[in-house]
Design a protein around this ligand. Structure first.
Ligand code: SF4
Ligand code: SF4
Length: 242
């Protein structure tokens, strides 16, 4: 969630949250927009920091938010804010944005982490515009602070928080399914198994996360899940619902 801030100088994230009327409860980090351009983890909310003049936004991240997705969006915003066409600011920003976009859509490659680690410090030093240097700096910062969340997107093509849209999965709840078959008919990918009066099951290997089954189910029996998945049977079972 984004909050407007208008305070520059020495302060704390806690003071900024208080002034914005936002609660720090359940937050794991915040982002302070350019020119401060910095992620701050919850453990440092009470520590003093310098907020640069012109910093307008404080963005909060809760436990279900993914910091890989957060970094992807921040890099995109910083790229949009500059018209600089220098090699390191423009091309480097494009590269990092593409790499993070791939990571958040199940296309991350294990070698990309090393590429980012190499490119980001060079951008931080060599980019001509402030936004380009900020992209380099916050990329390194995010990898240092949230590596445990970001790196599985590359190493295992997994999103530990389940916050990335592409990693969300669809499931049929045993307690609600009546075995009507409407979801099976709605699925163009043949990803639903079932027959009349049997609880239907989503084949995760075939599912393309299109969401058509969710729309089609009249019982609200299909749910979209992040990191926490509901327990479902591996194959269709007789309906339990009376
Ligand atoms: S989300 Fe789309 S592909 Fe996946 S089971 Fe539902 S209808 Fe099929
Ligand atoms: S999940 Fe919904 S649409 Fe699919 S069989 Fe069960 S009740 Fe019908």
């Amino acid at each position: 969630m984004d909050y407007a801030i208008d305070k520059a100088g020495t302060t704390t994230v806690q003071a900024l949250l208080d002034a914005a009327g936002a609660s720090a409860e359940d937050l794991k980090a915040v982002w302070l927009s350019y020119p401060t351009a910095s992620f701050v983890p919850a453990a440092q909310f009470a520590s003093e920091l310098e907020v640069a003049e012109g910093t307008e936004t404080l963005r909060t991240y809760g436990e279900g938010d993914c910091m890989a997705d957060a970094l992807y969006k921040v890099i995109g915003e910083l790229r949009m804010a500059t018209e600089c066409t220098c090699t390191f600011g423009h091309e480097g920003g494009y590269q990092l944005h593409t790499i993070m976009g791939d990571a958040c859509t199940k296309k991350g490659r294990p070698t990309d982490i090393a590429l980012m680690r190499d490119l980001a410090p060079v951008m931080e030093k060599q980019a001509i515009c402030g936004e380009g240097r900020a992209i380099g700096r916050v990329t390194t910062q995010a990898l240092d602070l949230f590596g445990a969340e970001i790196e599985p997107h590359f190493a295992k093509r997994q999103c530990p928080t389940g916050g990335c849209e592409a990693f969300k999965t669809y499931h049929v709840l045993v307690s609600k399914c009546t075995g009507c078959g409407k979801c099976l008919k709605a699925c163009d990918d043949g990803a639903i198994l079932g027959k009349a009066k049997f609880v239907h099951v989503v084949n995760q290997k075939k599912c393309t996360q299109c969401g058509q089954c969710l729309e089609a189910c009249p019982e609200g029996a299909i749910v979209r899940a992040g990191a926490k998945k509901p327990k479902t049977p591996p194959k269709p079972i007789p309906v339990r619902r009376k």
